[in-house]
Design a protein around this ligand. Structure first.
Ligand code: ZN
Ligand code: ZN
Length: 379
């Protein structure tokens, strides 16, 4: 069985560096289920996608931390200086009542690996909001060895957001596109109902649910009103249009790329990206350089733009996606974000999450291993 636990930065690094292999916890209901040979995935509190995977070797039970501290080797429990160790240190994390009620455990662990494979972006868009359909995505993810999938349908699936797309209807092609049966066909309650069912089931991988929100600065106020009541695991902000014109459609060449200067399009796109981050509405920013999808590039250097975006994402504690959809869905040569953008994100310590942008189960996990390795500088 797999268990997920969060760890503060100091303990996380000690385990990562092999200097701690006993984790101390109160033996609460969750912990009582842990058995020898189970897996524990420790997530850094600073970046939940920084994960150490461990296997449980032994579980040592004690009445309280005083007894535990007298019996276990404290240098393996996270103490560099054993002389300064006191069982009272654990009161920072647990109350005396909790300790009395549950007792405590020392979980002896062995690090297995630290390559946590998450596909943070996939759509149920072309199928029903059903458990069976989610299972198809999960099965593919398990087949590809992923540890987590994050489902995030577009806001244009949900009736609540219809008003946010009015401005696109000034162009006939976009008005037609919005009339497709996959648009505004469900309510958020339909989505919540599905999520509740899935969360009650036992999947061997983690499944999170969010929304890919089509952000524009013009609709920010409206989005704010709707999103304040939305309760999901995460919200991803995405720029899909500039100046009320979608940039990534077959008709976009006609409406946008042939009519506007490419430098202006890039400036508009990244201005919107900065507003999106500044809005404080989102946990993640989708496909940050998807504007490159037709291989049209500006004449000016994007370094300053990418640095500004990095800064804003960091200010808002947001993750940036390394989204591989551009590669296998649109045939762009980059497997994810460009080397230039990746380098700038890494220099600025922007938190990254990998994403396939799968629109059908078979595409789940596409190039996620490659993207994960690129994020870590492994080529
Ligand atoms: Zn998108
Ligand atoms: Zn998407």
């Amino acid at each position: 069985m797999r268990f997920d636990m969060n760890l503060g930065e100091t303990a996380f690094l000690l385990i990562k560096e092999g200097r701690k292999d006993i984790e101390l916890r109160v033996n609460d209901h969750k912990r009582q289920k842990i058995q020898v040979s189970d897996l524990i995935f420790f997530h850094s509190l600073e970046n939940e996608y920084d994960v150490i995977k461990c296997q449980v070797k032994a579980i040592h039970h004690f009445n309280d931390f005083k007894q535990l501290y007298e019996n276990l080797p404290l240098d393996r429990c996270g103490y560099e200086d054993i002389a300064s160790a006191s069982y009272k240190d654990m009161y920072e994390y647990y109350s005396e009542e909790q300790i009395r009620e549950y007792g405590v455990i020392g979980i002896e662990i062995e690090k297995t690996d630290d390559l946590y494979l998450v596909d943070g972006h996939m759509h149920l868009e072309y199928g029903p909001l059903s458990v069976e359909y989610v299972k198809e995505f999960a099965d593919e993810a398990i087949r590809k060895g992923l540890d987590e999938i994050d489902i995030l349908d577009h806001t244009h699936r949900f009736k609540e957001f219809e008003g946010c797309y009015q401005h696109l209807k000034q162009y006939d092609q976009q008005a037609e596109w919005l009339k497709q049966p996959t648009k505004f066909c469900n309510t958020l309650d339909d989505y919540y109902e599905l999520i509740e069912k899935v969360k009650k089931m036992d999947f061997p991988i983690k499944i999170k649910f969010g929304l890919e929100v089509c952000y524009t600065s013009n609709t920010e106020d409206l989005l704010k009103k709707i999103l304040k009541d939305v309760k999901l695991d995460f919200l991803t902000g995405a720029i899909h249009s500039v100046n009320s014109i979608l940039y990534d459609m077959s008709f976009s060449k006609d409406l946008l790329w042939d009519r506007y200067d490419k430098n202006d399009i890039y400036k508009m796109y990244y201005d919107e990206a900065l507003s999106c981050a500044r809005s404080s509405l989102f946990d993640r920013f989708a496909h940050p350089d998807q504007i490159k999808m037709f291989n049209i590039y500006p004449d000016y250097d994007l370094t300053e733009t990418f640095n500004n975006l990095s800064q804003e994402l960091n200010n808002q504690n947001m993750y940036a996606e390394n989204n591989t959809g551009c590669h296998y869905r649109y045939g762009h040569e980059d497997i994810g974000i460009s080397d230039q953008l990746l380098k700038i994100f890494k220099n600025n310590n922007v938190k990254l999450i990998c994403a396939s942008d799968a629109h059908k189960p078979a595409h789940v996990g596409s190039f996620i291993l490659e993207a994960t390795k690129r994020n870590r500088g492994i080529f």
